[in-house]
Design a protein. Structure first.
Lengths: 89, 80
């Protein structure tokens, strides 16, 4: 709940700045109207960048995979020994 | 497989950086450059800065709706 409050205040602040820019006409109106769209585009770019970086640095641990397979074999043997049907692999 | 994932991640990151730089230059910096400067030859007119993202967003939403509908139909058929 706190996080959403932070985001909402951020949005309200940005909207206030934008409306004040519209009112004071410091820069031409046509360019002020482009700013929200620019914000959305940059947000999309940020998301895409984060997905790309996450894919690039996706951690893999091959040693853990080997250990997990060993555990699976051990558990299957134990279950078979105690008369539980786990199917054949 | 790992290398392919890495390559896709790199491509996604570079695409996003490219779009961000180009769009920033187009929207933020270009209005302050003189009208008859040669840089203007490399950019579309200012209206397209609005039209293209809106068009892309509408396409994205259409694609998402179609995809969600397709998945829902498929899962319903499997249940029956």
């Amino acid at each position: 709940m706190k996080h959403i409050a932070k985001i909402m205040t951020f949005l309200v602040a940005i909207t206030a700045v934008w409306i004040s820019l519209l009112q004071t006409a410091m820069i031409p109106q046509s360019h002020t109207w482009l700013l929200p769209l620019y914000l959305i585009v940059s947000l999309g770019c940020y998301g895409l960048l984060m997905v790309g970086v996450g894919l690039m640095q996706f951690p893999t641990c091959p040693q853990e995979a080997v250990l997990l397979q060993q555990d699976v074999i051990e558990a299957k043997q134990f279950l078979k020994h105690n008369g539980v049907d786990v199917g054949s692999d | 497989m790992e290398l392919a994932d890495r390559a896709i991640g790199f491509i996604l990151a570079s695409i996003s950086v490219t779009i961000f730089t180009y769009y920033t230059f187009w929207v933020i910096i270009l209005p302050f450059v003189d009208e008859d400067h040669f840089v203007h030859n490399y950019f579309l007119p200012q209206e397209y800065a609005i039209l293209l993202p809106v068009y892309a967003g509408v396409c994205l939403i259409c694609f998402l709706s179609v995809f969600i509908g397709y998945v829902m139909l498929k899962s319903k058929k499997k249940k029956a």
